[in-house]
Design a protein around this ligand. Structure first.
Ligand SMILES: NC(=O)c1ccc[n+]([C@@H]2O[C@H](COP(=O)([O-])OP(=O)(O)OC[C@H]3O[C@@H](n4cnc5c(N)ncnc54)[C@H](OP(=O)(O)O)[C@@H]3O)[C@@H](O)[C@H]2O)c1
Length: 291
């Protein structure tokens, strides 16, 4: 049995779908109504990293686990790994972040990811750490301004990021969860090229067949926009992270996706073409219950 944490999230949802085709899987969520994978052999378990008894239930009989936590929460990795150790889980694959390997990244999110990696490495189980660069899917946050005004607003819009398709992260995770040779390995995952918000806007304009333009956000406007969505420590971490991108820290491309999965990482153009409908449907359509 393989437990998938974050099974309603960007990466875990794809991991769950890919695994469920061939393996018995158990999907962990605080809200089972949000699970979309329904393949035979799939179990859904209600659980919360904050609730140790729910973790004990979720991990019973589990051989391998995919661990996804959100960096705003403290102690989730430690509680999960303690419960996994007690349940005899052999292998844990953790979703971390590429920033961890950059000594200049000292923001609160990255410090917590570093600490969580340390806890995993000392947990006694076989571990694999995935360190993806930014997800291409983050650009879905541009949907409203694209639909309303044909504009993408970005801070440091001409700085490059070797962003990665979430499907490539998920497929690497599936290999690490099910294949040999991944114990005690750390994989940095990027897309095939480093790309700027200006270039992503041009790609979306082609794919969506819309006249789009990228507008540079000034620092105060970017901080105000983030402050409307996140608490202050997360806002500061995101601004620090953007400054590192401006300084070129996120442009390095790695070939790890190809080495692990055997196929080339998907380009932003490919991701955009496959998610065209997510940019064109109305935001309210996402709020309707799935049938
Ligand atoms: N976005 C990026 O560009 C990027 C880049 C590199 C690394 N990362 C890392 O990726 C991770 C997030 O992955 P994601 O984007 O796939 O996830 P996501 O879409 O943000 O979803 C978060 C997932 O975590 C689960 N979760 C959160 N708190 C939980 C709790 N207390 N108990 C049980 N489950 C909980 C949620 O499950 P329920 O709500 O269903 O319970 C949900 O499935 C973070 O560690 C982030 O630092 C992100």
């Amino acid at each position: 049995m393989i437990l998938v944490g974050g099974a309603t999230g960007t990466i875990g949802r794809v991991v769950a779908r890919r695994l469920a085709a061939e393996h018995p899987v158990r999907l962990l969520t605080r809200d089972p109504g949000r699970i979309t994978v329904t393949a035979p052999g799939t179990e859904v378990v209600r659980g919360d990293y904050a609730d140790e008894s729910s973790l004990r239930r979720a991990l019973r009989g589990v051989r391998a686990a995919f661990l996804v936590t959100v960096p705003s929460a403290e102690g989730d990795d430690a509680r999960f790994l303690a419960a996994a150790g007690a349940a005899g889980v052999e292998r844990v694959v953790k979703l971390s972040a590429a920033a961890v390997e950059d000594p200049a990244a000292r923001d609160g999110i990255t410090r917590r990811q570093r600490e969580n990696e340390r806890i995993l490495r000392s947990s006694g189980c076989e571990w694999t750490i995935l360190r993806p660069r930014s997800f291409m899917s983050n650009t879905l946050s541009w949907r409203t301004s694209i639909q309303e005004a044909g504009i993408v607003r970005a801070l440091y819009g001409t700085s490059a990021n070797a962003c990665v398709d979430p499907r490539d992260v998920a497929e690497t995770a599936v290999h690490a969860l099910t294949g040999p040779g991944h114990a005690h390995r750390t994989y940095t995952l990027t897309g095939p090229t480093a790309i700027t918000a200006v270039e992503q806007t041009a790609t979306l304009a082609r794919v969506l067949e819309l006249p789009l333009r990228c507008e540079e956000l000034d620092f105060d406007a970017a901080r105000d926009a983030l402050s409307r969505r996140y608490p202050a420590p997360i806002v500061q971490a995101l601004l620090d992270s953007a400054a590192r991108q401006r300084d070129g820290a996120k442009a390095r491309v790695c070939d790890t996706v190809r080495e692990i999965t055997g196929r080339a990482p998907r380009s932003y153009e490919e991701w955009a073409a496959d998610h065209r409908s997510a940019f064109t449907r109305s935001a309210s359509a996402d709020l309707r219950p799935a049938r």
